[in-house]
Design a protein around this ligand. Sequence first.
Ligand SMILES: CC(C)(COP(=O)(O)OP(=O)(O)OC[C@H]1O[C@@H](n2cnc3c(N)ncnc32)[C@H](O)[C@@H]1OP(=O)(O)O)[C@@H](O)C(=O)NCCC(=O)NCCS
Length: 185
Amino acid sequence: MAEFRHETARLILRDWRQEDWPLFWEATNTPAVMRWLGGVADDAQREAAQERLLSYKRDHGHTFWALERKSDGAILGFCGLKRCNQQGGPLGTMEVGWRLREDAWGQGYAREAAIASLDLAFERFGADEIVALTVARNEASWGLMRRLGMRRREDLDFPNADFDPEDPTIIVYSIDSEAWHARND
Ligand SMILES: CC(C)(COP(=O)(O)OP(=O)(O)OC[C@H]1O[C@@H](n2cnc3c(N)ncnc32)[C@H](O)[C@@H]1OP(=O)(O)O)[C@@H](O)C(=O)NCCC(=O)NCCS
């Protein structure tokens, strides 16, 4: 399958390389980054997560891509597209997701990568609608969803205690092609 690579002003979204993984985990497997993602991952969880990311690429041609900063080649985390595969969720629907190292937060990187991902989803990967999933206490994540013009879809929320046992609901946002192309930001 052809290698994927897409540039934005400051970032490269691209397929994973073997040498990315240690850098990715070192920068992102921290209590702050993993706060709403089940906590710091152990070896087995990291291995399984890598395998999932590679399988999305194999199965669908897209994944949560490695996010490389152009200026210094640093791996900032990931952003990209998968098909929703969470039990109880809108299975099969295109899903956008993001995870960035903490020292890169607040500089518009996630938004820049997410805009590229949504453009790619609609223009290249044939999406009609894109969802994003998080928990209510992950304000940064749903803040970004709102900033992108995604709308809250309480009708699609579903129970799951893996990420926030105190509030065991996955909340869903979505945007369709028409709304994405009509936005003005
Ligand atoms: C969510 C995350 C990717 C945001 O990354 P980021 O690069 O800091 O985000 P950006 O700087 O591009 O911000 C874009 C928008 O997101 C929203 N946002 C970002 N951080 C926020 C925060 N702490 N609180 C509320 N909204 C926030 C804002 O609307 C912001 O737009 P603005 O700068 O115009 O106000 C980052 O916090 C992260 O990696 N968190 C840990 C991993 C994670 O939880 N991933 C999501 C799992 S569902």
